[in-house]
Design a protein. Structure first.
Length: 314
């Protein structure tokens, strides 16, 4: 009779431990949820005076001039979206190519060294990227790249206008370098997840190595590549210090890549120290819009990476 009692006591103890562990997990998950909700409420309270006094129509206009009480945030949204878009255009082919090299082409030792160097890019502080961009990238763009583009491709609206060096092109290049490790790491994991038997089957049909990569690896990894791009976009949207140092910080709206611009994050970083009153409230609206855009990007990423199987129940 003693043995069943001992088993019952042990089961009761394990059930109690499971309940405590589950409660701890709920507490930590609740803390994370409360932090996000708290930030959202804080930004809403900070931006409410500007929303109430100016209205959404004036806030989503094209003129930002705090001394004249003009707080249109569209130039910041434009600068954020355009710089992040061009960063993706630059970084995606480089990242996918590096991931293919690491997963299918490079010898193991070379792949380990090269992969470590790519991952090291993510460990460099953003202010170091900003300094490098300020003293290396901007002079190079101003003296070599941008004059060449204007002389040979000046008929396009992207390569017109005065050359300053500090520009949305400089910000896009810096952002592209910063998001390359993120996209490369995700693409590498996705490519490694492709079954080896699929690769061997395509090669057995007489395909070349290039055709095998195109058919077996890239075609079956579209959602993973897109997920990496979205995650890189989320990183680019919120980058602050490096972009502030190279983009020029001008609330302008121009399609030229030579023109200085300003992103939402750089606007907050460069103006919040001297802002007060309605100006500070308008910056709160900028932060709120940036948070909502970042949340939308993460929602899209989750819907891409977590696909519900057909016929599965909720």
């Amino acid at each position: 009779m003693s043995e069943p009692r001992q088993n019952h006591s042990q089961t009761h103890s394990e059930n109690r431990g499971d309940r405590v562990f589950r409660l701890v997990l709920y507490v930590f998950a609740g803390i994370a949820f409360a932090l996000v909700l708290g930030i959202l409420v804080f930004l809403w309270n900070l931006g409410w005076p500007a929303i109430h006094q100016l209205g959404l129509r004036n806030l989503f206009s094209m003129e930002w001039n705090p001394p004249l009480h003009a707080f249109g945030i569209l130039p910041f949204i434009f600068g954020t979206v355009v710089s992040s878009f061009w960063a993706l255009v630059i970084a995606t082919p480089i990242s996918v190519s590096a991931a293919i090299l690491l997963s299918d082409l490079a010898p193991r030792k070379f792949g380990q060294v090269f992969g470590f160097l790519v991952e090291m890019l993510a460990a460099i502080p953003s202010v170091v990227y900003g300094l490098w961009g300020l003293f290396v990238v901007i002079p190079w763009l101003r003296t070599d790249v941008q004059p060449f583009l204007r002389n040979h491709f000046g008929f396009l609206p992207f390569f017109q206008g005065q050359i300053y060096g500090v520009s949305i092109m400089a910000a896009s290049i810096i952002l592209a370098i910063m998001i390359t490790p993120t996209i490369t790491a995700i693409c590498r994991e996705v490519f490694n997840a492709v079954p080896q038997v699929l690769r061997e089957g395509v090669l057995a049909m007489g395909s070349t190595r290039f055709e095998m990569i195109r058919i077996a690896v890239l075609k079956s990894s579209k959602s993973g590549i897109l997920g990496g791009m979205v995650l890189g976009l989320a990183r680019a949207l919120g980058e602050t210090m490096a972009v502030t140092m190279v983009i020029g910080n001008t609330a302008d709206l121009s399609w030229s890549l030579f023109a200085p611009h300003q992103t939402m994050a750089s606007a907050i970083a460069s103006e919040v120290a001297e802002a007060n009153g309605l100006h500070l409230s308008a910056l709160g609206v900028v932060g709120l819009v940036l948070l909502l855009i970042s949340g939308a990007v993460f929602f899209v990423m989750r819907s891409i990476l977590v696909k519900k199987p057909k016929g599965a129940k909720r």
